[in-house]
Design a protein around this ligand. Structure first.
Ligand code: ZN
Length: 510
């Protein structure tokens, strides 16, 4: 590591501007500039046979959360990977100016429901290079990957979803979150065997883990949850869990829900990832964070994620909303209809519950949100999906909001720590099961060139609950496997460099 932490240098109003600092660095290498086209890289190795790199990111502030590198560098990219990180200029067949900008790893979103071009465009403009559907997942893993082959803007991956398996097995009418028997049926022992074997098949087809939405399947007993964890543990695949409940009230509160999955992980040995700790904890956030730390201290293989918003969003027909059937009418005042922005009352709640659609739940506070986001061990993940412009601002704004609001405005999270939470921690969560992730989430020679280049002084989310599909601003260039998907702040049309990433144990035809 060299230099001050970026957070202080870039954001202090009294120090010379970041841009000026970068320019001084260039002047100091004036002699080296003469060697512009022939000399490259650390150790001043000549470019092999004089061939320029496919693409060069010039003169950016390269920040790598793994090594701590934080300095002005030229990044040379060849065949989709970072070939060199150089202190002196490099020649490229194509060059992107990164002067005054941060060149960091692209973000790995562990909780990305939106898996079409509408969503991938918004994700890309938010610095995401790998979008993973790990919580809900899918029942048909191989088909999911094949449908996207060669067509995706971003790297992508999926878990085998316990929700989807139940929806298929019980013939539930829903296609995403169950609203009928997929959620409420209690499995017999024989049915449980079938559910478990379906989870096994998904893992054999290369799923990146096992997804669970326990709150959406109240019919799934504690034993069924254990059985799913046992299947994951057999393969050492991670379980990505939306836990059984949230809030202070017991039974059904956050502490009990966290204990269930932590207990299952401890008993079975399956690695555990807790989805959106923020919205599963609410005012219990200090306690669930303490439990998370205690589990880590005990040596449990556990991780957790959070998104930087105080409201959640889900399907109004799902079991998560069951509690509002009997709750006092005043509880409904915190619910907002996503499509129109109207606030619900008993009449409209009942009507929309019949019709179906997305509802926004304003249940958390900015203070609890900040605790979850600024905790050193939580990953950042969006839980994002937009459908025809309707959804939650987290889809388009999550990463820019962490960089703009949390790093720049609140100043309690360093820029390097933010990058670690958005790129490195997610990669580390997956790399045992899917070794491809050892070469992602880092800015290192040999790693895939998944890079997000942004201006730390202007990066900002713009999406709101009223306009959730407004793209973030401040990301100048975003590269996926070395190919720009965002260039000079705009989406590049007609490119699909995203790879479908599967488990390491999977091979085509296996
Ligand atoms: Zn969830």
């Amino acid at each position: 590591m060299d230099g001050l932490p970026m957070g202080r240098r870039a954001f202090s109003s009294t120090s010379p501007s970041f841009r000026a600092t970068a320019r001084v660095g260039v002047a100091a290498t004036g002699v080296a500039l003469a060697l512009l086209l022939v000399v490259a890289a650390s150790g001043c190795e000549p470019v092999p046979d004089g061939t320029p790199y496919d693409l060069v990111l010039a003169e950016g502030q390269v920040m790598d959360p793994e090594s701590g590198l934080d300095a002005v560098r030229w990044v040379g990219i060849r065949d989709g990977r970072i070939a060199t990180i150089s202190q002196i200029p490099l020649a490229g067949a194509d060059t992107l100016d990164a002067a005054g900008l941060v060149v960091g790893p692209g973000y790995i979103d562990l909780h990305a429901h939106g898996q079409d071009e509408e969503n991938h465009r918004l994700f890309a403009l938010n610095g995401v290079t790998t979008a993973l559907e790990m919580e809900v997942g899918t029942a048909e893993v191989d088909e999911w990957y094949r449908e996207r082959e060669g067509q995706a803007r971003l790297n992508h991956g999926v878990s085998v979803g316990h929700l989807g398996v139940r929806i298929a097995f019980y013939d539930d009418p829903s296609d995403f979150l169950p609203s009928g028997p997929g959620g409420y049926a209690v499995a017999t022992d024989e049915e449980l065997d079938t559910i478990r074997s379906h989870v096994r098949r998904g893992l054999e087809e290369g799923a990146l883990g096992v997804g669970m939405g326990i709150q959406y399947t109240p019919g799934a007993t504690r034993w069924e949850v254990l059985e799913v964890f046992r299947e994951a543990a057999t393969h050492q695949a991670p379980v990505f869990a939306h836990v059984r409940g949230f809030g202070v009230e017991e039974p059904g509160g956050s502490v009990e829900a966290f204990l269930e999955v932590m207990g299952a992980a401890a008993l079975t040995g399956a690695p555990l990832h807790i989805a959106h700790l923020n919205s599963m904890s609410l005012e219990e956030t200090p306690r669930t964070l303490q439990m998370f730390e205690e589990a880590l201290e005990r040596g449990l293989d556990i991780s957790a994620e959070a998104y930087p918003y105080s409201a959640g969003l889900t399907s109004i027909q799902s079991a998560l909303l069951d509690r509002y059937e009997t709750a006092p009418d005043t509880a409904l005042e915190r619910l907002q209809w996503a499509a129109t922005g109207e606030w619900l009352d008993r009449e409209s709640f009942n009507r929309y519950r019949e019709e179906g659609g997305a509802v926004v739940l304003h249940l958390n506070t900015p203070e609890m949100e900040a605790l979850a986001i600024e905790h050193p061990f939580t990953a950042i993940a969006s839980d994002g999906r937009i459908r025809d412009g309707v959804g939650h601002p987290r889809t388009a704004g999550t990463y820019a909001r962490v960089l703009g609001h949390y790093v720049r405005e609140r100043g309690k999270l360093s820029l390097m720590d933010a990058l670690r939470k958005m790129a490195l921690i997610p990669a580390e969560r997956l790399q045992e099961w899917s070794p491809d992730f050892r070469d992602r989430g880092r800015v290192r020679e040999g790693a895939w060139a998944d890079l997000a280049v942004f201006d730390p002084e202007t990066v900002e989310d713009r999406a709101t609950y009223a306009e959730p599909a407004l793209p973030a601003v401040g990301f100048h260039h975003v590269l996926v496997n070395g190919i720009p998907v965002v260039r000079d702040g705009g989406v590049v049309e007609g490119v699909a460099p995203g790879t479908g990433i599967r488990a390491g144990s999977w091979s085509p035809g296996s």
